[in-house]
Design a protein. Sequence first.
Length: 327
Amino acid sequence: MTWLITGGAGYIGAHVVRALLEDGKRVVVLDDLSTGSADRLPAEVPLVTGSTLDGALVESAMREHGVTGVLHIAAKKQVGESVEQPLRYYHENVEGLRVVLAAAAATGVKSFLLSSSAAVYGMPDVELVTEETPCVPMSPYGETKRVGEWLVAATGRAHGMGTVSLRYFNVAGAATAELGDPAILNLVPMVFERLTKGQQPLVFGDDYPTPDGTCIRDYIHVADVASAHAAAVRRLESEGGEKTELVLNIGRGEGVSVRGILDVIGEVTGRDASGEVVARRPGDPARIVASAEAISKELGWEARYDVREMIGSAWAGWCLRHPEARA
Ligand code: WQD
């Protein structure tokens, strides 16, 4: 089989490309390079540069490369931006997906995987979030991912495609320093940036109903996210894979607080990362931690890396891009 990976030149996508190549799969990447970069891809991987909204391009890429399965990772992913630009998010994340699905159906693709997100759950008031926990997305971003899951499942049923939607929790780390996350939009890189500038990291609220008062999340190494995709691909390629219809969390089932992350960052970097408490950030749930049972049962997948490995590898990537950080 040949797998088309949309968004394959991005932070998560490039890790997925690497995991599939290690598994001996043939891959081709479609990426508009808006946030991705061609130098994240090994030279042997064909790159089609263009948008998922360009149906003619997507379909011709599928035909030219004999694509039989799709991993649709390309999307806009900033919660705050989605509140300001809902039309753009629905256009790129829902219409972009619809276009790719239409091309997949037209060319007889048999397997389709969607990158989804814990953002579909909103603020669930449960210890561990299972795939049956009701979805009440709190942002247009989360809504586009939920709608996307419906669209993928319905298209799979109608056109005989096996489908998997993977709900990522808080992704961090890097498989190699070169593949590190260049964006400064999530906790770990935001802390690194402040430390590099000689500032204390910010803690958005320490009066939450959690043991240390800071928010708890389920952090997952990007290499584990990638190996979960490889496991899903093996399932979709297996006998009867075209009957697959799965929605699965990718998490570790272990909650870590903002303070817990700062402690590890302090140890890894050798800096004082005790943090400066500021006001809560609107819309942050106190706690969201995955149950990782379903993915273990369905795909036999387990996370391999802990928070220390996430932070250590993320720091190596940060220092490569910001050599002044080591000073
Ligand atoms: C983590 C925790 C902050 C920065 C978001 C999306 C989610 C998914 C992952 C795409 C929170 C706190 C942060 C800082 C802090 N994205 N924080 N100081 O909000 O859990 O999840 O990214 O699919 O859908 O919502 O991630 O990394 O922004 O924050 O205290 O300088 O760190 O308040 O509790 P979040 P995050």
